[in-house]
Write a protein that binds this ligand. Structure first.
Ligand SMILES: C[S@@+](CC[C@H](N)C(=O)[O-])C[C@H]1O[C@@H](n2cnc3c(N)ncnc32)[C@H](O)[C@@H]1O
Length: 198
């Protein structure tokens, strides 16, 4: 059993999610950034770090097959307080079919402000970003950061990454960076970072 030494991905139904993820990675490796969905341990760290204020909405960018979304729901977040964003139409279809009651936005996170329904505006208190920003030039990273700031001003965001150091040049973006968690048994090993304006 791989579960004895490798942290297994959390997904339900697990096999479907893993094979779908792999197929989408084969189609667009740079945009996916990882070969398999985040592990249960990584999801749990992200949920702990990204838990919203009472009554607040969580915005998840780059939801993939929805493992982090499901971890939020399993931890007790009401589905109507979760918004997921996914650019890949196949993955967005999968999210719509498996995340009952969750708002799934099929769009580019850089154009988030044009797609976010009015009922969520002013209510997002936590942003989680799983998009592989480290692979992008600084100017492109800024477009994503500006998009998040536009819908959740002053909140900053949680970002997980497979880098040993900060995946974003925080100072260049006017952010502070703090590594909140590290999961060596994720594939690949991952860190959870908190970025805040200032
Ligand atoms: C590393 S995967 C993370 C998936 C999932 N959150 C997980 O933890 O397993 C990155 C995801 O971001 C999505 N993505 C990449 N660029 C995007 C963009 N510009 N807008 C929205 N989603 C994007 C990819 O399609 C992919 O599903």
């Amino acid at each position: 059993m791989t579960g004895t030494f490798v942290d297994r991905a959390v997904s339900n139904p697990e096999q479907t999610s893993v094979s779908l993820f792999l197929r989408r990675w084969l189609a667009n490796p740079l945009r996916m950034g990882s070969v398999v969905p985040s592990s249960r341990t990584l999801c749990n760290h992200v949920v702990r770090c990204g838990w919203p204020e009472p009554g607040g909405v969580v915005l998840e960018l780059g939801a993939g097959t929805g493992v982090i979304s499901r971890a939020f729901l399993e931890a007790g977040l009401p589905a109507e307080r979760l918004v997921t964003v996914e650019i890949d139409p196949n993955l967005a279809d999968h999210l719509r079919g498996t995340l009952s009651g969750v708002e799934v936005l099929e769009c580019d996170a850089r154009q988030l402000a044009d797609h976010l329904p009015a009922r969520f505006r002013g209510r997002i208190t936590s942003v989680v970003c799983g998009i592989p920003l480290v692979l992008l030039p600084v100017a492109e990273q800024k477009r994503f950061i500006d998009g998040m700031e536009g819908v959740a001003p002053g909140r900053g965001f949680i970002h997980f990454s497979y880098c040993a150091t900060s995946p974003l040049p925080a100072r260049k973006h006017g952010l502070t960076a703090k590594r909140e968690a590290w999961t060596p048994l994720n594939i690949p090993p991952a860190s959870v970072w908190r970025y805040k304006p200032g």
